[in-house]
Structures are given as C-alpha cells and as structure tokens.
Write a protein that binds this ligand. Structure first.
Ligand SMILES: O=C[C@H](O)COP(=O)(O)O
Length: 258
C-alpha cells in the first residue's frame, strides 16, 4: 500500500541582520522588506525579519500593516531585575516581537552561551507568548563522509533536547539547523548532508504536540531551498538576504506552487 502523504507545514523564511547594518541602513532595509508582505502571502510563506534591539520599535511601526513577523536576536531569561545590559523577554513581547532567536553559533562561540542558557531563554520566550527560534548545528565538518551525518545529529541532539526540556510540549518552536562551518561561507552545506541530518532531527521531535518547523541556515540564498526541501520547512538567511531582491527570489522559490 502506498504511504499516506503527511501534510507539510507552512513554509517559513526569514533573515537576521546580525550587526551588519547601521541604524539608517537597518531602517531602509526594513522598509524594503515590508514591501514583500504580499509576495509572501501569495506564496503562502511565513516571513520574518530580525533586526538589532535598537531598531525593534521602529521596525514594528514599519511592519504594522503587514503579515511579516518581527524577531529579536536574543533575550535574557528573566523578565525583570538587576541584569544590567540585558533585554527582557517581557519588554520584547511588549515591543511587538513574535520570534526570538537563541543559541546562534556566534553567541555560543563569542559570548559563551550554553545549552543551559538556551534552555532558560526558551522557557522565558514561551512564558511571554513568543516563539523560540533555536539555532543548532555541529561545529566542524567531518572529513569522513560516512560519519558526517551521525556526528552532526549527535551534536545537535543535546542542543535540541536542552531547549525543549524547559518548554511545554505543545509550545511552538522553530529549529534552525546551521552547521557552524557553513555560516559565513561561500556556499551552503551540501544538500545530501542537510536533508539527511534534518530528516533525522525531525524524527527526534516527531512526538511533540507543538508545531515544530525546521529551517536551514548557513550561506543560504537563491537556489538553496529547492535542493533542501525534502528536509526543511524553510530557510534562515544571513548575508545573501542583504540584497532584498534575493529575499524576494527565495520567497518565490518557496512558493506553494513551485
Ligand atoms: O543567522 C543567519 C545565519 O547565521 C547564516 O548567516 P550567513 O547566511 O551569512 O552564513
């Protein structure tokens, strides 16, 4: 008997500006992204954008009448208190943020963010009614092709388990699989690798009640999604979305019809 096809999730694409742009450039960029709202709706693709903290309120204003979701690049795990320099998840929610990115490879490497920190932040994000976008990925590329998938999955597994351990089973989560070695590179990780790893990760979370979408990130851009669509629900873009035309192209490539 032919297998019953499972209904796939609505696709989702977004970009983090990291710290690439200054204030005026960020505002111009958000203006340009706001023009992609109807393209995303027509393609039946969720679209999100993650600027720096300073720009969140202005960005919210610019995205007000669109279906584009606003993200933040990090949060603290407590809502209030003596935590100089941190940003509260409660404040992010009040500022209109829908999605909060945590555990990005740069935060883990440069700022010492641990799986335990990510877990506490995930709980804080869900507690405040937002969706955690949890970045996961293996640090190095295995030279032995036959072992690469197994090593990637075993490195990602505790990252996922830690984040999910602190949130209700029915909470929505987005997992961004970003092999660390593919971030900031000339091209994305190989399609076979990404598809096999993400299919394994999906099995790991298949028992969850909450919506769990899996994205790929790491030098992704136009042309990437088609190669990965058997494994992922969308893309998390970095540099190759700095030209908004590329983001528009990716949205079209992810369209339901394509
Ligand atoms: O947050 C996005 C990812 O780290 C990917 O960045 P990238 O596409 O510039 O490599």
């Amino acid at each position: 008997m032919a297998p019953i096809p499972t209904q796939r999730e609505k696709r989702i694409v977004g970009t983090s500006l990291k710290m690439y742009f200054d204030l005026p450039s960020t505002l111009r960029y958000i203006d340009a992204v706001s023009q992609l709202s109807s393209a995303a709706e027509q393609a039946n693709v969720d679209l999100f954008v993650i600027p720096d903290f300073v720009t969140l309120l202005s960005a919210k204003g610019k995205l007000q009448n669109t279906s584009i979701q606003l993200g933040a690049q990090d949060t603290y795990s407590e809502d209030k208190g003596a935590f100089t320099g941190e940003v509260s998840p409660l404040t992010l929610k009040q500022a209109g943020v829908n999605i909060v990115e945590i555990g990005h490879a740069e935060r883990r490497r440069l700022f010492g963010e641990t799986d335990q920190d990510v877990a506490k932040k995930a709980a804080a994000i869900v507690r405040n009614g937002m969706v955690p976008l949890v970045c996961i990925g293996e640090k190095s590329k295995s030279n032995i092709a036959s072992q690469a998938v197994g090593l990637a999955v075993s490195e990602c597994k505790p990252q996922i388990t830690a984040a999910l351990s602190q949130i209700p089973d029915d909470a929505e989560v987005i997992l961004a699989y970003e092999p660390v070695w593919a971030i900031g590179a000339a091209e994305p990780a190989g399609a076979d690798h990404v598809v096999t790893v993400t299919q394994n990760l999906r099995e790991l979370v298949s028992g969850r009640k909450g919506r769990t979408r899996i994205l790929y990130g790491g030098s992704a851009g136009p042309g990437t999604f088609d190669k990965l669509k058997d494994g992922v629900d969308g893309l998390f873009l970095g540099r190759f979305a700095h030209d908004v035309k590329n983001l528009e192209t990716v949205i079209q490539e992810m369209s339901d019809g394509s």
